[in-house]
Write a new protein. Structure first.
Length: 700
């Protein structure tokens, strides 16, 4: 082994075995706001260590436990490394045979051609954020499906309600800078288990705490983050909008308002003021399951600390009124003038800051050629796979191409999802690393590369840096990047447009706008040479972006018009008859060592998690005669699943936590928490209501 360590030239292909030790610049691909810069150590052609880049400002050398185990995932004995074809019926235990790439692509292309000849809208892509990369995400895949004229996918399953709410209020998904939380005097951590799912924000919050700031966690669950905060408000699921209105009531009643900022930078204040005045502390407390003093104290602390900041996350928007709840919370810093300070304001998502730089034509929507289409919501895939053709719906879905997602595990109301995937007449092609629940129901499984094996480029929704991911090693087995799979599938179908000949280097150069700033100065280029030399590129943005207003809305103001609280579809107040049968509100936050359904099969991480559990308060367990550690059945009218009971102080009375998202086949009865969730959508953004769910629990 050579002892030499060098920074690999960033534009070279991965080196073969025997090349000594190299350090390669990378980026974490997963659906997390941190978007960490990686330092990948390659020894004799094999990745031996994945670390955080120590000189990247937000990563500062630290990684979560999950991503630090990335070599274990890449070299996993169960990696899919060759194309596979199903040889069993879909209702039978899955059996596959190894085939060649030529056979796989030829057979898939032949079936897709026949379907497209009848109606290309019968073909549906299904993908989300298995990788957040601009190249391996939708670049070449988008070109392929646009050229076919396939159905469009409404990608809503995680964040679209909150994103729509934020955009309706500010004009885009924008917020304060991550590092400035270190200077805040009070931080509301709202709907976020930051220690588990936003580790690098927690570093800055912890720095603020050491400097004397107060940290308050607002979350139905007593999370690991709540353990470390000064206070925790365990409100009922779906009542965040009511709490925001209750805080506004107190701001008005005590004169804790920045009237100048409101007059100059907020539209619709009088309408909002009238709504807020109806939400007394007592009414708010009754709705939220808090005390009136908790509401009063929170309002006072938020109003009198300066600068005060809110780190909002997506957990609280997975309910019927999730979009409006985000709108109301996002208006709080506008009412107090917290935006005047660089360490004041709010951060839910920073992804809108990248919009002026991204190339909107990367996926080549022009290839659709004006043909009629339709849009299928990924959150209702269970219902949609079971629909027959109709004038309103269009053709029945005949082909499903799944990449960067595991819908059989993660989509709501999974009994319907499974029934749809088990259709004998449905062509299902899955690009994957492992035999997930979805791959088990595929007709063809195509081996995809992991982040260590391909080129990609990333933006973030938690900070404002662009990151590059250089390939550290050659693809294992016969695995190919998503981009290459869609290029070859296009060729097999006889699609020969120049768009399908762009390699990944060309796609990287096309990912951002060309030329200088637009006439309004809003957009400019990303310095790709600097990006690839350093590993990241920081966007040039103001430190206190809305100190003088200037929100990216049509008026330049924050918009309060129409924002209101909407109760859950399912709760003791909105549906008392349903709550009489199913009295427990269930939320399904991610287990600490999973990221959605990713990493569930990494043994070292699964050993930490143990098994699928349901957290329940001691009072609720005693009422049902249940004991810690026993197997229980969680059920409602939609379905049921079995898991181990964890009688835990993390759960408040009346609320249970089905920690997820486990692969179904790793569950006690081959099911997971999505057996009991529903497919109804949020008030804004057409998103699923995972945390708007009533259940009952009994001994298994």
């Amino acid at each position: 082994m050579s002892s030499a360590v060098s920074e690999a030239p960033v534009n070279l292909a991965p080196q073969a075995a025997g090349s000594g030790i190299r350090i390669v610049k990378g980026a974490c691909p997963h659906d997390c706001p941190d978007t960490c810069a990686l330092r990948v150590t390659v020894e004799d052609g094999r990745v031996v260590k994945v670390q955080g880049q120590p000189d990247h400002p937000s990563t500062h050398g630290a990684l979560c436990t999950k991503v630090s185990r990335y070599p274990e995932r890449t070299y996993h004995a169960e990696r899919v490394l060759h194309p596979l074809k199903r040889v069993s019926a879909k209702h039978e235990p899955p059996r596959f045979e190894r085939i060649t790439w030529a056979q796989a692509l030829g057979e898939i292309a032949g079936r897709l051609r026949a379907i497209a000849a009848r109606d290309p809208r019968a073909i549906l892509p299904y993908s989300y954020a298995g990788t957040m990369g601009l190249l391996q995400g939708e670049a070449m895949a988008g070109r392929f499906f646009n050229r076919l004229g396939a159905s469009l996918l409404d990608r809503t399953i995680c964040a679209s309600a909150g994103g729509a709410g934020l955009a309706a209020t500010y004009g885009h998904k924008v917020g304060m800078h991550l590092a400035h939380f270190a200077e805040s005097r009070l931080i509301l951590i709202w709907g976020s288990n930051s220690i588990a799912s936003n580790l690098h924000f927690w570093t800055f919050a912890n720095q603020a705490r050491r400097n004397g700031a107060t940290l308050i966690c607002i979350d139905p669950r007593k999370t690991e983050t709540a353990d470390k905060c000064h206070r925790h408000l365990a409100l009922l699921p779906g009542t965040d909008g009511a709490l925001a209105l209750g805080l506004m009531h107190e701001l008005i009643a005590h004169g804790w308002l920045d009237h100048d900022y409101i007059a100059r930078h907020v539209d619709g204040w009088e309408e909002l003021r009238a709504k807020a005045l109806a939400w007394t502390p007592e009414r708010t407390a009754a709705e939220c399951g808090l005390t009136a003093d908790e509401v009063r104290d929170l309002a006072r602390d938020y109003a009198t600390a300066a600068p005060a900041a809110i780190r909002l996350n997506y957990g609280m928007q997975r309910v019927r009124g999730g979009g409006n709840a985000v709108r109301l919370i996002a208006l709080l810093p506008c009412l107090t003038g917290a935006w005047r300070h660089r360490a004041g304001g709010l951060l839910l998502s920073s992804s809108g800051w990248f919009a002026p730089f991204k190339n909107p034509a990367l996926e080549r929507p022009d290839l659709r050629g004006g043909r009629p289409s339709r849009t299928i919501n990924m959150s209702t895939i269970g219902d949609d796979l079971l629909r027959e053709a109709s004038p309103t719906f269009g053709p029945r879905i005949e082909a499903l191409i799944v990449y960067n997602s595991n819908p059989v595990a993660v989509a709501p109301e999974s009994p319907k999802v499974v029934a749809g995937f088990e259709r004998a007449d449905l062509l299902t092609v899955v690009l994957e690393h492992f035999m997930t629940d979805t791959a088990d129901l595929a007709d063809y499984v195509l081996p995809a590369t992991t982040q260590l094996e391909h080129l990609d480029i990333h933006i973030s929704y938690g900070h404002t840096d662009v990151l590059v991911n250089e390939p550290a090693i050659a693809p294992l087995g016969e695995a190919k990047p998503n981009t290459q799979i869609f290029r070859e599938l296009a060729a097999a179908m006889g699609l020969d447009e120049p768009a399908f000949h762009d390699d990944d280097e060309a796609l990287l150069r096309q990912a951002f706008r060309a030329g200088g700033p637009d006439a309004d100065g809003a957009a400019g280029t990303i310095d790709l040479a600097r990006l690839r030399e350093q590993g990241w590129f920081k966007l040039p943005l103001a430190e206190a972006p809305f100190a003088d207003g200037g929100f990216p809305s049509a008026s330049g103001k924050a918009d309060a018009r129409g924002a209101n609280y909407l109760p859950n579809y399912e709760s003791r107040l909105s549906t008392p008859e349903l709550a009489a049968r199913y009295p427990l509100a269930m939320i399904s936050p991610p287990a600490r060592n999973h990221l959605n359904s990713t990493f569930v099969n990494v043994k070292s991480l699964r050993d930490i998690e143990g098994e699928q559990v349901l957290e329940m308060s001691a009072g609720d367990a005693a009422m049902r005669g249940l004991a810690d550690g026993q197997m229980v059945r969680v059920f409602n009218d939609r379905g049921s699943y079995r898991c181990k009971l964890d009688v835990s102080a993390r759960a408040r009375d009346g609320v249970v936590h089905g920690l997820g998202i486990w692969w179904r086949k790793l569950g006690a009865d081959g099911r997971n928490v999505n057996e009991v969730t529903h497919q109804r959508l949020t008030d804004m953004g057409r998103a699923p209501c995972f945390y708007d769910c009533l259940v009952e629990v009994a001994a298994a």
